[in-house]
Design a protein around this ligand. Structure first.
Ligand SMILES: Nc1ncnc2c1ncn2[C@@H]1O[C@H](COP(=O)(O)OP(=O)(O)O)[C@@H](O)[C@H]1O
Ligand SMILES: [Mg+2]
Length: 354
């Protein structure tokens, strides 16, 4: 073993400290060093892809990916490189396929039929299906339509029908909509036809996709993020949208208020998530669980008037933990334990659960 880990980051973004890398990467390096390993950060760029590939292949046992694919102009090259690395024996944290399976917005739809995802959730990969289905789902109530990538609330639209008492089973294309974007909670009006055409941009490209789910009004009480280290909940972040009429966004930029809690403050939710882990893992393709990932929940009320937690999204590719840097110790332990276990396993098949 080379006892070396390479952390991939991307330049730019708002999560970087004064030296240009993520504040929570340095503690991972230090924790690995205190265990007799070394680690370094490499900034990924498509232009340097070949060189980065060769360097990582020669120098490292494992990579930790801390790039938000949504922030790359085109993620194809990055994922190709990661795939090439893992198929040549480098341990992927996470494996690129797992990153896509967990991080893409359709993970919510793939968990339909479980207690954390309602039945009326749909995905659209082409304009015809969107145009056929969305007017019907919109007739059931206020919806949230989500583009696949990003993490800033951009392209996440709350869709409400104005004068809805006029319509019954299906909303006509000339109906006027009130649209609120989660990026900044700004509102606009468009007809259904105009909005659908506007959404074509989200369907373009290899990863183009839209997730259509019911709007959960209890978002006003906050979005609850469970930060997972493999199958264990290690922290909970409560994100309360700004106190304004149309605000539904839990992003910092939109003015949401964050509170950092211990998992013990959320016993029910933590039990639920930890109990759901095997199901989540199986439904999303049986990959090894990402090292660090998050599941975001919004409260809903069931038929009996009881609280129910609904999954809004999962993030797996660039989860930050700046407020609990001591996590780096657990992360380093996990990396070493994994490498130890993997040293006995043929890495070509290591992406799947053992
Ligand atoms: N079904 C929903 N009901 C109400 N609010 C939602 C719903 N889904 C998302 N939101 C709000 O929109 C925000 C952005 O959506 P999210 O799925 O987290 O996308 P992003 O990848 O941009 O973070 C969430 O933080 C939450 O505040
Ligand atoms: Mg989010």
């Amino acid at each position: 073993m080379k006892k070396h880990v390479i952390i991939f980051e991307a330049r730019g973004g708002t999560d970087k400290g004064q030296y240009g890398f993520r504040n929570d990467s340095k503690p991972i390096i230090d924790s690995l060093k205190s265990r007799g390993w070394t680690a370094e950060i490499i900034f990924y760029r498509d232009e340097d892809r070949g060189e980065i590939y060769r360097y990582t292949h020669d120098k490292a046992d494992a990579y930790i990916s801390r790039v938000n694919p949504g922030n790359l102009n085109d993620e194809t090259g990055y994922f190709q490189m990661l795939k090439e690395l893992v198929s040549n024996g480098i341990e992927g944290l996470p494996h690129p396929d797992a990153m896509i399976a967990y991080g893409a917005k359709n993970s919510v739809e793939r968990l339909k039929g479980t207690e954390i995802v309602p039945e009326d959730v749909y995905t659209y990969y082409d304009f015809d299906t969107l145009k056929e289905n969305f007017p019907k789902s919109l007739a059931k109530g206020i919806r949230v339509l989500k583009q696949n990538r990003g993490s800033t609330g951009e392209g996440i639209w709350k869709v409400d029908v104005l004068n809805k008492e006029k319509y019954k089973n299906e909303i006509p294309f000339d109906a006027l909509l009130k649209l609120t974007e989660a990026r900044d909670n700004h509102t606009e009006e468009k007809t259904l036809q105009e909005f659908l055409e506007f959404c074509i941009q989200y369907l373009e490209g290899n990863n183009g996709m839209l997730l259509d789910m019911p709007f959960l009004a209890r978002i006003k009480e906050g979005e609850i993020r469970v930060l997972m280290l493999r199958n264990k909940a290690v922290n909970v972040v409560h994100k309360k949208p700004a106190d304004q009429a149309d605000a539904f966004s839990a992003t910092l930029f939109s003015g949401a208020i964050y509170r950092y809690d211990e998992p013990t403050q959320w016993p029910e939710l933590v039990r639920l998530v930890e109990r759901m882990v095997p199901t989540i893992q199986r439904k999303l393709g049986n990959y090894d669980l990402p090292l660090i990932w998050t599941a975001d929940f919004i409260l809903d009320t069931d038929e009996n008037g009881n609280d129910k937690y609904i999954l809004g999204e999962i993030n797996a590719s660039c989860v930050g933990f700046t407020t609990f840097l001591e996590l780096s110790e657990d992360i380093a332990d996990e990396v070493l334990a994994l490498m130890d276990a993997e040293s006995a396993v043929n890495k070509r098949w290591a992406a799947f659960t053992r």
